[in-house]
Design a protein around this ligand. Structure first.
Ligand code: AR6
Length: 176
């Protein structure tokens, strides 16, 4: 499923983000950049120890911010590590923090001159963000960004399971 917004193709696919060949893939990290389970674990396993070595040098990343490392053994040249909010009832600035995680990742990609980027469903696993709302915010953040920034040509949302894909697809149709 895909649609063009301004100059950027936004695409939804079902799959494993570690296999993506976009310039960068985004990691749903924690603020210590310490590695973990979920997509974070999968990216470090597939990318090898060079990524963690760079994360240790960087040290930390506050929630809603993003940092960049090389892609190690991945096909993607870079990994952008962002930290989504832990969902705590929706009254702890979660909306703003999730939007910031997407937008700051995109800003960093633009700053690096990258043309394509793949996102997982940030905060939708261990951090327990309600998926409908997270999908809406993810897509809205990307569409808002590409309305005013034309450098990135492809944003791919890589959803790991059918249910998450279907929810993203439902929210995507509302925007097209
Ligand atoms: N490719 C694409 N998506 C994936 C993959 C994969 N290989 N593996 C899992 N997902 P989560 P969070 C999906 O829990 O909620 C870590 O321990 C998964 O099905 O990875 O932001 C970090 O260190 C879900 O839809 O990230 C943090 O402590 C989505 O990716 C914490 O988890 C996000 O799930 C971050 O939690």
């Amino acid at each position: 499923m895909q649609a063009t917004f301004n100059q950027t193709l936004i695409e939804l696919v079902l799959g494993d983000i570690t296999q993506e060949n976009t310039d960068a893939i985004v990691n749903a990290a924690n603020s210590c950049l310490a590695g973990g389970a979920g997509v974070d674990g999968a990216i470090h396993r597939a990318g090898g120890p060079a990524i963690m070595a760079e994360c240790r040098q960087i040290g930390a990343c506050p929630t809603g911010q993003a940092v960049i490392t090389t892609g190690g053994n991945l096909k993607a040249r870079y990994v952008i590590h962002t930290v989504g909010p832990i969902y705590r009832g929706g009254t702890h600035n979660e909306t703003h923090l999730l939007e910031s995680a997407y937008k700051n990742s995109l800003k960093l990609a633009r700053k690096k001159g990258l043309q394509s980027i793949a996102f997982p469903a940030i905060s939708c696993g261990i951090y327990a963000y309600p998926i409908h709302e997270a999908a809406h915010l993810a897509l809205k953040s990307c569409v808002e960004f590409v309305r005013v920034n034309t450098e990135i040509q492809l944003i791919r949302h890589v959803l790991f399971d059918q249910r998450t894909f279907d929810i993203f697809a439902h929210e995507f149709k509302k925007l097209t």
